[in-house]
Ligand binder design. Structure first.
Ligand SMILES: [Zn+2]
Length: 271
């Protein structure tokens, strides 16, 4: 099944897919171990900086090989694509889905760029996600203006996107204080648009709020920061008092930490 079909089906059914970023072989392996033991489907995401680090072709080849190896249903998605060029490169490389993020541009420009991405992706039968409203980037102020339902409706209709990332009190990175999602606004948006709704910045959102957000219409939940943090924190503690040079003896424990984190997330999300 294509990601486009899967996400549309989940949106209709009121269920959510977990979309997790990976950064290297080790984090990818942790994600797949978790999907395997919970029998879950998974969206594997890469940001532009991860693509820069790994290379576009090695990224998708590794993701595909690992999905096959672990016999997990999954797809590869570009997270926060900033230009049509990177969208085109990822689609050419075989990505199942791309995000075009022109959310910091004026509304009409966001519509124009997103529409162009939708048009290109159609020839690949790929899924397209866009963003409307301001979701704070890492280290930016987390004050926000939630996405308006009427804007979401206009945007979705004008662009023909498959998925829309909305701002409802969520932010990237860790939260300084426990977030309170604007679930009322989510309900208003859900009532106006039929495409999938995406929640970015789920690291640190309490479990009950994640589940409530799914019940009220979120069908893709993005997770990045917690994975990175879990992997590196575990590695730091493993290496603090250790002169082991065989990385194959050290990394598996950090992989297991990622696996445990994602198993818990999948248990929360697979409601
Ligand atoms: Zn994001």
């Amino acid at each position: 099944m294509t990601m486009k079909e899967k996400l549309a089906g989940y949106t209709k059914a009121g269920k959510a897919l977990l979309a997790v970023n990976f950064y290297n072989f080790e984090t990818l392996k942790g994600l797949l171990l978790a999907a395997k033991v919970t029998n879950s489907s998974l969206i594997l995401q890469l940001s532009e900086s991860s693509l820069h680090y790994l290379g576009i072709k090695p990224s998708i080849a590794m993701a595909r090989a690992m999905l096959k190896e672990f016999d997990v249903e999954g797809w590869v998605h570009l997270d926060h694509g900033s230009s049509i060029e990177i969208i085109q490169q990822c689609l050419d490389a075989g990505f199942d889905s791309v995000m075009i993020d022109a959310s910091e541009r004026p509304f009409d420009e966001n519509v124009r760029i997103t529409t162009e991405a939708v048009k290109i992706a159609a020839t690949y039968n790929a899924n397209v996600e866009a963003e409307l409203g301001y979701i704070a980037k890492l280290n930016q102020s987390q004050e926000f203006e939630p996405t308006r339902a009427s804007d979401a409706k206009r945007f979705a209709e004008a662009t023909g996107i498959d998925a829309l990332a909305i701002a409802i009190g969520n932010a990237h990175g860790f939260y300084k204080e426990t977030p309170r999602l604007r679930l009322d606004r989510l309900e208003e948006i859900r009532a106006e648009v039929s495409c999938a709704l995406v929640l970015h910045g789920s690291s640190g959102i309490p479990e009950e709020q994640l589940q409530e957000a799914i019940r009220k219409g979120i069908s893709k939940i993005n997770l990045a920061t917690e994975t990175k943090n879990t992997f590196m924190k575990r590695l730091q503690s493993l290496l603090a008092d250790n002169d082991e040079i065989d990385l194959r003896k050290v990394f598996p424990k950090a992989i297991d930490a990622v696996k445990d984190l994602i198993v818990r997330k999948l248990e929360v999300i697979n409601i």
